[in-house]
Ligand binder design. Structure first.
Ligand code: PBG
Length: 324
């Protein structure tokens, strides 16, 4: 029997799908077999509002402990769900090329954002999404929802009934005109046909790290040389530069994934450009800024995020976003 590595995953459809995708690629590159280990996490059983959960990293903590205890050799996370502080003994050894970074509107009858009826009910548990929606459409009613992607999608009028997956839409009321979800998750789950508008980043800046996966191992290595090499080969340098800048901004603002902060970096020729927004939860105040650097490398990306955050803080961003 050929050697295998163990990959840990949460049990949600999104987690198992993206873990399967990454593990398959690494298996192809390394020639190793894969064994999947399911890890139940606190974030999957708590039922309160996401905004009220407070502490960041509830989704990742149990998986990380499992990795530290050598219950698995590799953990696959959604990067945007990871706190910006890296735990001792673990390293993000691979960040693959990013999926679509945008947020997506999923509404009934194919409606786009500007076609939603006056006062339409739009579901999201994210203060960042709610605030930016309200900044664009102050008439909308933001409804705090949580749950996994198919469950949230099933709350939209007319959609719950049509989802053919047996785990989806059962008992959902169709009580919303629309929900906002990450396009990346919808695509990975094959649910992107329900997207009625990809929200332009000029209206809705995504969460730092959105659309990117983070493949984590113990700092000492995965225990499989071929896997360590595959992780290095599967890492995408452009994505890493972007997400480092975005997460550096978030950590300098001392904010987490539940904060009303959006950030998106991209490469423009040889330059790294970072755009960011800080909002108050009702969308009545938004501060949007950008910065760029021609300097290459991870340290410069980190510096870019830090400098932009400091400039925004100097102009009151932390107060606006309720972080001060
Ligand atoms: N917080 C849940 C979560 N974590 C990652 C994704 C989507 C995939 C991604 O952004 O990489 C989602 C669902 C969503 O926000 O719609």
């Amino acid at each position: 029997m050929s050697a295998t590595f163990k990959v840990g995953t949460r049990g949600s459809a999104l987690a198992t799908t993206q873990t399967g995708w990454a593990a398959q690629k690494l298996s192809e590159i390394s020639g190793l077999g894969v064994e999947t280990v399911l890890v139940k996490t606190e974030g999957d059983v708590v039922t309160g509002s996401l905004a009220s959960l407070g502490g960041t990293g509830v989704f990742a903590a149990a998986l990380r402990q499992h990795l530290l205890d050598s219950g698995c050799d590799l953990a696959v996370h959604s990067l945007k769900d990871l706190p910006t502080a890296q735990p001792e003994g673990l390293v993000l050894s691979c960040i693959p090329a990013r999926e679509d970074v945008r947020d997506a509107l999923c509404s009934h009858d194919g409606l786009g954002l500007d076609e939603l009826p006056q006062g339409a009910r739009v579901g999201t548990g994210s203060p960042r999404r709610g605030a930016q929606l309200l900044a664009h459409r102050p008439d909308l009613q933001i409804v705090d929802i949580r749950g996994n992607v198919p469950t949230r999608l099933g709350r939209v009028k007319g959609i719950g009934e049509t989802l053919d997956d047996g785990s989806v839409g059962r008992g959902t009321q169709g009580d919303l005109d629309a929900v906002i979800l990450a396009a990346a998750g919808m695509r990975r789950l094959g649910l992107d046909k329900y997207i009625t508008e990809y929200l332009d980043p000029s209206i809705m800046l995504p969460a730092p790290g959105q659309g990117a996966l983070a493949l984590e191992t113990r700092t000492a290595g995965s225990g499989h040389e071929a896997l360590d090499q595959a992780l290095a080969a599967f890492d995408d340098e452009a994505t890493r530069l972007q997400v480092v800048a975005e997460r550096s901004l978030l950590s300098t603002l001392e904010a987490g994934c539940a904060a009303p902060i959006g950030a998106l970096a991209h490469l423009d020729g040889g330059e790294l450009v970072l755009e960011a927004v800080a909002c108050n939860p009702d969308g009545s105040q938004t501060m949007r800024r950008s910065a760029r650097t021609a300097a290459a490398g991870i340290a410069s990306a980190q510096q870019l995020g830090r400098d932009l955050a400091r400039a925004m803080i100097a102009d009151g961003a932390a107060v606006i976003a309720g972080l001060a």
